[in-house]
Ligand binder design. Structure first.
Ligand code: C2E
Ligand code: MG
Ligand code: MG
Ligand code: MG
Length: 285
């Protein structure tokens, strides 16, 4: 058959696309039951200081332990969860689980002052209920607010005026930290940036990827100069800067020279189950 795509537009039947779409809908249909059956798990990736290598934070990254398909990454289901609205319940689960894990680590290793950083989808951040959700997660787990960081995307925070901006201020008033995730990949309104109650910018992977040594098509070090400018901008606004997707020692070296504060990526450890964080907190850091 042919399927209507918007008003008066018809698409030709495409078996490949149709198979992809039905796999997508099957995955989407399975999301609510997966939440009820506790099939989601959190992995954590270390965020380390570029000054002394100390692990200062961990980012919580959700995965779906699917009974037939195995471990599924968030890029395959977060978008679906946003479209279906399930992201609100899934996000609540992520927040509570991350706060619970972080509180356990904090109880056992108080000197580490380990911060847990949780991704918040635009659709979650938009709803004023997010403030109660965060307050509840902190109260029910006992995690000190300053050990929780929320990562919001540029599009989630930049468009915010009026009510959403008040929501950000109410979140900040709880004492949690707010970070802008994937900074530099969306549309940032710099005049607006300075009015936001944020504490950290996370530099998107592609910029970091571009600063490897001897890159033939980047003889003039353009990506490196962009990172330099973004770090200076962040520091001028008294914000911390975290670099994402750091894979090589050469990149870490350049980021250190550019005064980037913290970093995460395969070089410092991939995302892994909570037990790996405990091992790291126990062992010599
Ligand atoms: P993100 O927040 O930008 O997370 C960083 C992504 O970079 C993670 O992908 C991580 O596994 C990946 N990464 C880690 N080290 C390296 C490296 O050395 N090189 C490269 N190229 N990548 C690295 P992941 O786990 O697949 O998550 C993808 C995205 O899904 C996240 O991007 C985030 O936007 C979203 N996400 C993950 N968990 C949640 C969640 O609980 N809630 C919401 N709303 N979104 C989430
Ligand atoms: Mg993130
Ligand atoms: Mg990111
Ligand atoms: Mg990303």
């Amino acid at each position: 058959w042919a399927k209507a795509e918007g008003r008066g537009r018809w698409a030709v039947y495409d078996p490949e696309r149709s198979a992809r779409d039905s796999a997508r809908s099957a995955l989407a249909a399975g999301l609510p039951a997966a939440l009820d059956r506790s099939e989601f798990v959190l992995h954590y990736q270390p965020i380390v200081s570029l000054l002394d290598g100390r692990m200062t934070a961990v980012e919580a990254l959700v995965r779906w332990q699917h009974p037939e398909l195995g471990l599924i990454g968030p890029d395959r289901f977060i978008g679906l969860a946003e479209e279906t609205g399930l992201i609100v319940r899934l996000g609540e689960w992520v927040l509570r689980q991350a706060c619970q894990d972080a509180q356990r680590w904090h109880a056992e290793f108080p000197a580490a002052r380990l911060v847990v950083s949780v991704n918040v989808a635009a659709r979650q951040a938009d709803a004023p209920a997010i403030v109660d959700t965060v307050a509840d997660a902190l109260a029910s787990t006992g995690l000190p607010a300053e050990l929780l960081q929320l990562e919001l995307t540029e599009s989630a925070v930049m468009g915010s005026a009026g009510e959403p901006l008040r929501t950000l201020h109410r979140l900040a008033a709880l004492g949690v930290r707010l970070a802008v995730d994937d900074f530099g990949t969306g549309y940032s309104n710099l005049a607006y940036l300075r009015r936001l109650p944020i504490t950290c910018l996370k530099l998107a992977g592609p910029f970091v990827e571009g600063i490897r040594d001897n890159e033939p098509d980047d003889a003039d070090h353009r990506d490196e100069r962009i990172v330099d400018a973004l770090v200076r901008l962040a520091h001028a606004l008294e914000l911390w800067v975290t670099a994402e997707a750091v894979e090589t020692e050469a990149q870490a070296e350049r980021l250190r020279a550019l005064r980037c504060d913290t970093a995460q990526g395969r070089l410092f450890g991939p995302p892994g189950p909570p037990q790996e964080i405990v091992t790291r907190l126990r062992g010599p850091m």
